[in-house]
Design a protein around this ligand. Structure first.
Ligand code: BG6
Length: 481
C-alpha cells in the first residue's frame, strides 16, 4: 500500500477533536506502520509554543485519550513528526509562515478541526500562498452549514479554491466498521441481495440512541437540535446506504452516485402529514444508571426553549424498489442506553399450511452498529416434540464481531477516515450534492415545524423518548424494536 508521504496540517490543534480523536488516531496509524516515514504532523494554533512545549502537550493529550499506554519506541518515532506553526487563521498575510514549514513535493492534508466560519479565511490564506495546488487536500468537519443556504454558501466558497476531488467532508459514521460493512453485506450475499426490496421487506427501522446529553456543547447544540446534529448527516447517510442500488464499481463516485439517488427520492413531507410522520421531544430530568440527571432546559438556564433533543420520522422513498415501504428513524439524547441499530423486518410468509400461526414480524435482521457490534437473524423453528402439535418458536442466528474476528477487531472510525484521506480515496466522504440534498429535505421539515409551532414533548431522561414517537409507528400496526 502506498501510504503517501504527507504533511498533515491540523488547524485547531488545541481543540477537543484534535486532542480526543485526531492525535490518538495518527499515533495508532504510526504504530500500525501506516504513516510514511517522512510524514509530518503540523499543528496550527495561536499559542506561542516552542516545538518542545508542543511535543509536551501532544504527549499529555495522548496519555489522556489514547486509552492505552504510550509505547516508547512509537513515541520516539511519532514525536519526530511533530511541528508547530503559530498562526492566527484569520490573518491571511501570515500564511507565509505555514508555507515555509510545509514541503512542496508532498501531499498536503489540511484538516480543519475548527468552526466553519473560519473556513473561508483559511481557504483564502492557503490560496494566497499557493497551498491549494493539485497535491493539496482539505478535510472538513461537520456541521457543514446549518441550512441549505449556509451549506451552499460554504461549498461555494471552498469550491472557489479547491476542486471537489480535493475536498474530504467528514461524517464520522461513514468510518465506522459496521457501517462500511453494509455495502459488503448487502451486495456480496446472494441471500440478502435477492430479498432486499419491497417485495420481501415490510419496513425498516433505524435507531441511533444516545445515553449522553449535550456534554458541555450547549452553545453549538442549542442552535442546531437533534435534527441538524444527527439526522441531516448520520441517519440520512445510513438510510441511503441501506436503500441504495448496487454501485457500478466500488469507487467513490459510483457509491456516492447511488446514495444521492436515494436522497433525491425521499418523499418531501407535506404540512398535513407532519404530525403523523414526525415527533420531536426534549429530555427532562430522569435517572440514567440510577443517577439523576438534569433536564435540558435547566442546562440552558432559559425559561423556554424549543430545541429538540429527540426526533422520530417516518420516511418514504419514491422509487420502484421501495415504493410504499416505510423507513422509521429515531434518534435522541439521554435515552435509556447507547444503541445504534438497523432492523430489517421481512414480510410474513404466505404459507398455506402455517398461515394461521404467523404474524408479520417473525423474520427480522438486526444489524447492531454500536456498541457490541453484531448481526442477528430471527426465524421460526419448530419446538422439538413427539406429538403432532405444531408449535413454532422465534429463534436467532447470531454473528458477533468480537467472537469471529477478535476483541480488538473494530478500528476507530477516525483512524479509518484519516487513513483514507492519506490514501486519497473519497468513498467514505460526503460529496457536495449529498450534503445539499440532505439539507434541502431537512429544511422542509424544520420549516413546517416552525410554521405550525410544532409542540415539543418532554420525555424523561433514561426512557426511550416521547410517547408520540411510538404513535408514528403504532398507527401503522407496527412497533419499535
Ligand atoms: C456527533 C454529534 O456528530 O455525533 C454528537 O454532533 C453525537 O451530538 C455524536 O453525540 C455521536 O457519535 P457516536 O460516534 O458517539 O455515535
Amino acid at each position: 500500500m502506498n501510504y503517501n508521504n504527507c504533511d498533515f496540517v491540523i488547524f485547531g490543534i488545541k481543540g477537543d477533536l484534535s486532542q480526543r480523536k485526531l492525535l490518538p488516531s495518527l499515533y495508532k496509524l504510526d504504530e500500525k506502520k501506516m504513516l510514511h516515514k517522512e510524514t509530518k504532523i503540523i499543528g496550527i494554533g495561536r499559542a506561542e509554543w516552542e516545538k518542545k512545549k508542543f511535543i509536551k502537550i501532544v504527549k499529555k493529550s495522548l496519555k489522556k485519550f489514547l486509552n492505552k499506554k504510550i509505547k516508547k519506541n512509537i513515541w520516539k518515532k511519532f514525536k519526530k513528526r511533530l511541528k508547530f506553526c503559530n498562526l492566527d487563521v484569520n490573518n491571511i498575510k501570515k500564511y507565509v509562515t505555514l508555507k515555509n514549514i510545509i514541503s512542496k513535493n508532498k501531499v498536503i492534508i489540511n484538516y480543519l478541526a475548527i468552526p466553519y466560519y473560519t473556513y473561508s479565511n483559511i481557504c483564502k490564506g492557503l490560496n494566497k500562498y499557493n497551498m491549494n495546488l493539485k497535491n493539496s487536500r482539505i478535510v472538513l468537519e461537520k456541521p457543514l452549514g446549518n441550512s441549505l443556504k449556509t451549506s451552499r454558501n460554504l461549498n461555494k466558497t471552498i469550491g472557489k479554491y479547491f476542486k471537489e476531488y480535493q475536498i474530504f467532508r467528514i461524517d464520522h459514521y461513514l468510518g465506522k466498521e459496521t457501517i462500511i460493512n453494509l455495502l459488503y453485506f448487502r451486495f456480496s450475499n446472494s441471500i440478502f441481495y435477492k430479498i432486499w426490496n419491497k417485495k420481501n421487506i415490510d419496513h425498516i427501522q433505524i435507531t441511533v440512541a444516545e445515553k449522553i446529553g449535550i456534554e458541555g456543547r450547549l452553545k453549538y447544540f442549542d442552535k442546531m437540535g437533534q435534527m441538524k446534529d444527527m439526522v441531516q448527516n448520520h441517519l440520512l447517510q445510513i438510510l441511503s446506504i441501506i436503500a441504495m442500488e448496487e454501485p457500478k464499481k466500488i469507487d467513490s463516485d459510483s457509491i456516492r452516485d447511488e446514495k444521492v439517488k436515494i436522497l433525491k427520492s425521499l418523499h418531501f413531507i407535506k404540512e398535513h402529514e407532519i404530525d403523523k410522520k414526525t415527533s420531536i421531544g426534549q429530555y427532562k430530568t430522569g435517572k440514567i444508571n440510577n443517577i439523576l440527571v438534569p433536564s435540558y432546559i435547566s442546562e440552558t438556564s432559559k425559561k423556554k426553549n424549543n430545541t429538540e433533543t429527540f426526533v422520530a420520522i417516518k420516511i418514504n422513498i419514491n422509487n420502484k424498489k421501495w415504493k410504499d415501504i416505510p423507513f422509521y428513524l429515531r434518534t435522541g439524547k439521554r435515552l435509556k442506553k447507547k444503541c445504534s441499530k438497523i432492523v430489517i423486518v421481512f414480510k410474513k410468509n404466505k404459507s398455506k399450511i402455517f398461515n394461521k400461526y404467523l404474524n408479520s414480524h417473525e423474520n427480522k435482521l438486526t444489524i447492531y452498529l454500536e456498541p457490541k457490534e453484531r448481526i442477528y437473524l430471527e426465524f421460526l423453528n419448530k419446538v422439538p416434540n413427539l406429538n403432532k402439535k405444531c408449535k413454532l418458536k422465534n429463534s436467532k442466528m447470531k454473528f458477533i464481531y468480537s467472537k469471529n474476528f477478535g476483541k480488538k477487531s473494530i478500528p476507530d472510525a477516525y483512524e479509518k477516515l484519516l487513513l483514507e484521506c492519506i490514501l486519497g480515496d473519497q468513498s467514505l466522504f460526503v460529496r457536495r450534492d449529498e450534503v445539499e440534498q440532505s439539507w434541502k429535505w431537512i429544511d422542509n421539515i424544520i420549516n413546517i415545524w416552525k410554521k405550525r409551532s410544532k409542540e415539543l414533548e418532554l420525555y424523561s431522561s433514561g426512557s426511550w423518548g416521547p410517547k408520540l414517537s411510538k404513535k408514528i409507528i403504532e398507527s401503522d400496526g407496527r412497533k419499535w424494536f
